[in-house]
Design a binder for this molecule. Sequence first.
Ligand code: ZN
Ligand code: ZN
Ligand code: ZN
Length: 343
Amino acid sequence: MPSLKLRLGRSWNEQAALGGGCSAGGEGGIRTPVTLASKAVFKTAAFDRSATSPRGLSHPETANGGAKVAPCLRRTIFAPMGLRMEFLGTGTSQGVPVIGCHCAVCTSADARDKRLRSSVWITAGDARILVDAGPDLRQQMLRSGQDRLDGVLLTHEHMDHVAGIDELRAFNFAQRRAMDLFGLPRTLEAVRRMFHYAFADVRYPGVPELNLVPVGKDPFMLGAVRVVPVEVMHEKLSVLGYRIGDLAYITDAKTIAPAARERLRNLDVLVLNALRIDPHRSHLNLAEALDLVEELAPRRAFFTHISHLMGLHADVARVLPPGVQLASDGLVVESDDPPTSHP
Ligand SMILES: [Zn+2]
Ligand SMILES: [Zn+2]
Ligand SMILES: [Zn+2]
């Protein structure tokens, strides 16, 4: 699949080196395995039960309702660090095409209608960061040509976001060290349960070596990279989005509280989930995602976690306002200028 390239003309650089507000808590927690109470309550992770039955595409009038995109505010006092994001997958929990489905989207010849489970690869300076590790991880790493990984940011414990964690052992072997997984304590507890064999006292040779690093609402450091967590609600489940510099990745959101929205101001790039045209109880639909883009006013916005019910990529792309586009697998977003501000 060809890699689509998009230059955005702005980027982030390393504030930490300049003491620019990077007093992130959590350095002490990095590489510290979390000990989770065995009796803590957590519902077993489940697949997102998003849209399953195909229907005709019908765009709401809001789809081309003119979401405003903020002008780019520039500052150039820091040397560019280089921030790059590749969409490894842009599909909802079942992926697109859906097994056994013969709808127009699932049978489309357009490569942009083939969506692996949602995940992005972020390069910030020398750091290589994976957001989520879904069931298509191996295929995504091979297609993207990755051979080194510094840490994984987990948004939540639904299977379409964590089912590929076992594949991380390839990086264990190559890098001869454990892989750090950052996430909410609840999410890490679920990972520990799902991949119990990786945490057993006596382990089978070759199982993944995982270092669970709990994070909360405070910014933290992944190596030299400052990461700002952004809590969003997936119906009743709290999910972490992540902001690095002026780039934010939000998936599986239905609502975002005002305090969390403040962390999404002055963005160069906002990635947001947009499941389909019709409303859904735990995911933003297209109209809701467009409303959020209008409010948050990033320079550019990309939608991901897309169902076959969204319709053909080409049809939806035609009705989106300027500065907003559906992401597609393999899409690369780059920016070279520094951030305007950090929450
Ligand atoms: Zn999901
Ligand atoms: Zn379909
Ligand atoms: Zn989910």
